[in-house]
Design a protein around this ligand. Structure first.
Ligand code: ADP
Ligand code: MG
Length: 246
């Protein structure tokens, strides 16, 4: 059983973030249309993670606006927002001392207030979707990194998010495990979930994204269709970045 997708557009308007005297986001504007995928690329330290964290307000911007489905959510209840905007991290962030099943049911029970049976039913369905139906009773440590990341994706999907954020979701994986996770992410894009994906996987950005945004030094320097970004970069900074990563 595949969960119905109920996706929304998401938009950042003139977002500023500083840490002390260090200005990390210098007025970022970005909109991902409902059901579309945008990949964010750029050098380390350019503000990609901070930007993503602003979208579910793990990081509160100093100024600017955040819209979900066209409505401002910059001063709404952050917990309610996080139910609607799922996030997958580089290091999975699973509960190591709980089973795979518990990792998915606990947030369903505490946040969505579901009963035990209903939560377990949803968890089993989401695990089957990511190809891990048989792993429910195990601890995460018994799984490969790729499998753990797929559990983290199943956990996020179980909340029925309208937008999913991925922050270098494959960067901690052994090379042979990367493809399975990328294929799963591409499937979510295909199903019409709105995705905002920070990645170093240029093949994924080119093949799956509707738009690619290049960040450098706290700003989106260039943005467009993958072909425009990869085949006809305009700015010198993007040309230099691509010459280093491709
Ligand atoms: P990226 O994900 O592109 O590597 P980040 O958003 O993680 O970039 O970081 C951008 C800049 O902000 C870096 O210089 C980083 O050191 C700094 N930074 C990030 N988070 C914090 C924080 N909580 N406190 C202070 N500086 C931070
Ligand atoms: Mg980062």
């Amino acid at each position: 059983m595949t969960a119905a997708v109920r996706s929304s557009s998401v938009e950042l308007r003139d977002i500023h973030v500083s840490f002390g005297t260090l200005e990390v986001l210098k007025g970022v504007n970005l909109k991902v249309e409902k059901g579309r995928t945008t990949c964010i690329i750029g050098p380390s330290g350019s503000g990609k993670s901070t930007l993503l964290r602003c979208v579910n307000r793990l990081q509160e911007p100093d100024s600017g606006d955040l819209l979900l489905g066209g409505e401002s959510v910059i001063s709404s209840d952050p917990d309610a927002l996080r139910q609607r905007v799922g996030m997958v991290f580089q290091h999975f962030n699973l509960f190591g001392h709980r089973s795979v099943l518990d990792n998915i049911t606990l947030p369903l029970r505490s946040v969505r207030k579901l009963g035990k049976e209903e939560a377990a039913e949803i968890a089993h369905a989401r695990l089957a979707e990511v190809g891990l139906a048989d792993k429910a009773p195990y601890r995460p440590s018994a799984l490969s990194g790729g499998q753990q990341q797929r559990v983290a994706i199943a956990r996020a999907l179980a909340m029925e998010p309208e937008v999913m954020l991925f922050d270098e979701a494959t960067s901690a994986l052994d090379p042979e495990l990367v493809k399975g996770v990328l294929t799963l992410m591409a499937g979510l894009a295909e199903r019409g979930l709105t995705l905002l994906v920070v990645t170093h996987e240029m093949g994924f950005a080119r093949g799956v994204a509707d738009e690619v945004a290049f960040m450098d030094d706290g700003k989106i320097v260039e943005q467009g269709a993958p072909e425009a970004i990869f085949d006809a970069p305009r700015s010198e900074r993007l040309q230099r970045f691509l010459s280093q990563v491709l």
